[in-house]
Design a protein around this ligand. Sequence first.
Ligand SMILES: [Zn+2]
Length: 222
Amino acid sequence: MPGLRAAVVPVTPFQQNCTLLWDEDSKRGAVIDPGGEVDRILAAVREAGFSPDMILLTHGHIDHAGGAAELRDSLRRQDRGGDKSSCPIIGPDERDRFLLQGIEQQARAYGLTGVRNVAPDRGLKEGDTIEVGGHRFDVLYCPGHTPGHIVFVNPGTRFAIVGDVLFQGSVGRTDFPYGDHAALIDSIKRKLLPLGDDLRFLCGHGPGSTIGAERRHNPFLR
Ligand SMILES: [Zn+2]
């Protein structure tokens, strides 16, 4: 990936892949899906040596979004003297807002502490684009795992962050409330597979893969 760098920090008891994305020249970037363990995420950001301009969310589940509010507050305090508009939380689609507002309730169900409800500064929808360190990412709406799940695609480097839609050898769970397996498979087949076999992706849990490998080997896509 020319200029664009990525690093994964697995967080929470769910081993969710919080992903750091930054441009190696400008040292500007984003943190995607900070589910928790904010101290570890901040340490990884320092080690990578970039300044996060935004926090991006793929969907509203606790392991992806539970640390977003705390991370935003920490980054504002540390780097910008409390500037209220810096480092906004952006995404997911509006249809996951109710999940973000219910994160503390999700935490009680899982016996987790130290997470907060999230009110994004800005939602995203299909067709939106965002710039991360000068690299354009297209937003695709991919419901099924949750009603408002989105995916970030960088056409320039043939790279995507797909959250809990598609995994190496598997697909997102749909046995949660508001899950819809048919919608999930439809999202993968209509939105992700057409991106092309060479496109590499990182996902919310476990190792990344390519669209081509999943098209050929993923048992859920037969
Ligand atoms: Zn999820």
